[in-house]
Ligand binder design. Structure first.
Ligand SMILES: [Mg+2]
Length: 246
């Protein structure tokens, strides 16, 4: 296996157990979110995951994976693959049954195919308004994603979003260093890996149950709050942090 492709198993949703710390012994803290925002107010920053948090990449990814499987003669199911989005591509390919020695070639070909599907991938409901809500409060927007950064940038450009900092190829606790370095107060994501990253960075974890993980799975992984989707984000932000704009 190419040393550049690290297959990191774990933090799956859909019933596979994952290691986590228990929060049950901790007292509920109604003001944790507000305190987090005050701490970060000078450089107020919100991090977002990309796939299934800000963009609905399932159909496009499914088509690209189906094409990849056909070209390489592998029984890859695009829809099954797309239902597991979050971990790095190499991890997902191995989990889908791709031979590890083929993974570098598969990743290279996938990245070559990817630009053809970008324009078919829409924003998630509420994504635009969520980004606007951060901007309206003079917040910085980070995108911290497992997707390869140049591919993530294609989506940001296609959708015309203002993103202050993009970090790609990061997964689970691997997102924490960027969140800390960028001074994130919140991290918003759809996967237990995202909640794990937020907790590792000690930032407020906002789960959205628009991806492969259920609300219960997100809470169990450490989400401080779980929203049904990003359409709820602006109102939640106003309720939690309304005083900062006063
Ligand atoms: Mg995601």
């Amino acid at each position: 296996m190419h040393p550049g492709f690290h297959v990191n198993h774990g933090y799956r949703c859909g019933g596979t157990p994952f290691a986590r710390e228990s929060r049950e012994s901790q007292q509920p803290d109604q003001h944790a979110a507000a305190r987090a925002i005050r701490v970060g107010r000078v450089t107020w920053t919100v991090g977002f995951d990309l796939d299934m948090t800000l963009i609905d990449s399932r159909p496009g990814v499914a088509r690209a994976i189906d094409q990849l499987g056909a070209e390489f003669g592998l029984p890859l199911s695009g829809t099954t693959f797309a239902d597991r989005l979050g971990p790095p591509l190499a991890t997902l390919l191995v989990e889908a049954g791709a031979p590890e020695d083929l993974v570098p070639a598969l990743v290279t070909r996938y990245r070559a195919l990817y630009p053809t599907i970008v324009s078919t991938i829409p924003p998630m409901p509420g994504a635009q308004a969520a980004l606007a809500a951060v901007e309206a409060r003079d917040g910085r927007v980070l995108v911290v994603t497992g997707k390869h950064a140049p591919l993530a940038q294609l989506h940001i450009a296609e959708l015309g979003w203002r993103v202050d900092h993009l970090a790609g190829d990061l997964w689970s606790a691997g997102k924490a260093a960027t969140l800390r370095e960028q001074g994130a107060s919140l991290f918003v994501g759809d996967h237990v890996g995202d909640m794990n990253g937020a907790r590792a960075a000690d930032v407020f974890a906002v789960g959205v149950s628009t991806g492969p993980c259920t609300a219960d799975e997100l809470r169990a992984a450490g989400a401080d709050v779980v929203l049904t989707d990003l359409t709820e984000f602006p109102a939640w932000l106003a309720t939690e942090f309304g005083t900062i704009t006063a």
